[in-house]
Design a protein around this ligand. Structure first.
Ligand SMILES: [Zn+2]
Length: 408
């Protein structure tokens, strides 16, 4: 019998389909000498028999994940900067054209999106619990409240600023287990024709690409159109649009409105039909996904051992949060990966969570180049490979593991 737990959305029964074992906090990069007191939990995913929501079986306390030193900066990628500027510009020409509009962003990180809204002179507020990135946004003249967004906070925002035309959230909403409080807050805060728009990794892409490293502590939910529709309905909201995005290995931008306020688009009907045809949250499909990931893990470890046996130097590229999942799940440590290079200063000089591989600045990659690089930031593959043509010219190869293990 697979383990079960209670659904955070509807209190139905969640049955586990995938166990990734003992895992640390994915973004907890430590000083080399201070790895003794690491926090570990069991990373496993299940789906609810009633509302179909895929979710983690165990919840990690939020203060352990999002704090003053949270190291992920949205502005770190040129592609993501362009993406969020595009998002802001679209809101400015669609939802924010009324009289004195107001936009709220949940998890505004370093202000990558709000900067465009602020520069357009539109009222805005970011709600961001991670103090360091919130300070970076505030330093650019962006209005930020350092807090976790929940109902009580939403009501204070409503009192202070009035109703919101747009509540936006990117790569944050799926991080929040207590969605009932968040959705109640959003429902209270939204103007009658306002929208809640959020972008998060799509379970359909994770299953299709075997991109299991999207599963880590911060990603509590793995959404589908069906599960989001069910979740919204339980909170007096309605799924009115979906849009597929190439970001972070495949995401969907969901648009929710107050129930009955807008007519759902054809795209919603089409995606629901596609998910039903695939049997996306059926036990057989999800168990097949788990089996395919286990094969990928074995192939990856075999490949790294082969390279080592041949005397090749292998390093990691991109000490991403998602890399914690693959490294810990596969048991890859400094014996197989010499170091990982990463452009985030807060991670450099530290070691990876759980597996204790040193993290070095990008310059370490080329001095001298390794024989092979494990591409851990595979969701930025195009951007990285375009930047590292000299590595390829020097004979370097890339080792990837999504959707399958491959050297190119
Ligand atoms: Zn449920």
């Amino acid at each position: 019998m697979s383990p079960t737990t209670e659904c955070r959305i509807c209190s139905g029964t969640v049955t586990e389909f995938f166990d990734l074992g003992r895992q640390p906090i994915a973004d907890a990069f430590r000083e080399p000498g201070s790895t003794a007191e690491e926090f570990f939990y069991r990373l496993a995913v299940g789906t609810c028999a009633d509302c179909t929501m895929a979710q983690l079986m165990e919840e990690v306390p939020r203060d352990l994940m999002f704090h003053q030193d949270y190291p992920y900066h949205s502005s770190g990628s040129t592609v993501m900067r362009a993406h969020f500027e595009g998002v802001a510009k679209r809101f400015l020409t669609t939802e924010l054209t009324g009289d004195d509009p107001f936009l709220v962003e949940i998890g505004s990180n370093d202000g990558i999106m709000l900067k465009v809204v602020a520069e357009a002179g539109v009222r805005h507020l970011g709600v961001e619990p991670s103090g360091g990135v919130a300070d970076l946004a505030a330093a650019q003249g962006i209005n930020v409240r350092k807090d976790f967004f929940e109902e009580s906070v939403a009501l204070e925002v409503l009192e202070a600023h009035g109703r919101a035309d747009v509540v936006f959230s990117a790569n944050t909403f799926s991080h929040i287990p207590y969605v009932d409080s968040v959705l109640a807050g959003i429902r209270a805060l939204l103007a009658p024709n306002g929208v809640f728009v959020f972008e998060d990794p799509y379970l359909g892409d994770i299953v299709a690409k075997s991109s299991f490293d999207q599963i880590y502590d911060e990603h509590f939910y793995f959404f589908t159109a069906r599960s989001v529709k069910n979740m919204a309905a339980a909170s007096g909201l309605e799924l009115v649009d979906v849009e597929r995005l190439p970001t972070h290995g495949g995401e969907i931008r969901y648009t929710l409105a107050l129930s009955g306020a807008r007519t759902p688009s054809a795209a919603v009907r089409e995606l629901l039909a596609e998910e039903d045809a695939r049997g996306l949250t059926d036990a057989a499909v999800l168990e097949g996904f788990a089996a395919s990931v286990a094969r990928n893990r074995d192939d990856l470890v075999a490949e790294l051992r082969r390279l080592k046996a041949e005397g090749k130097r292998v390093v990691g590229y991109g000490a991403t949060a998602k890399s914690a999942t693959v490294l810990n799940y596969a048991g890859i440590g400094p014996d197989l990966l010499e170091f990982i290079c990463d452009s985030t200063p807060a991670k450099q000089g530290r070691v990876t969570p759980g597996t204790h591989i040193p993290v070095r600045p990008p310059e370490a990659f080329s001095s001298p180049y390794p024989d092979c690089a494990l591409l851990l930031a595979w969701n930025h593959a195009d951007e990285i490979m375009a930047k590292e043509t000299a590595y390829r010219d020097a004979g370097g190869t890339w080792l990837t593991y999504v959707p399958e293990v491959r050297i190119s």
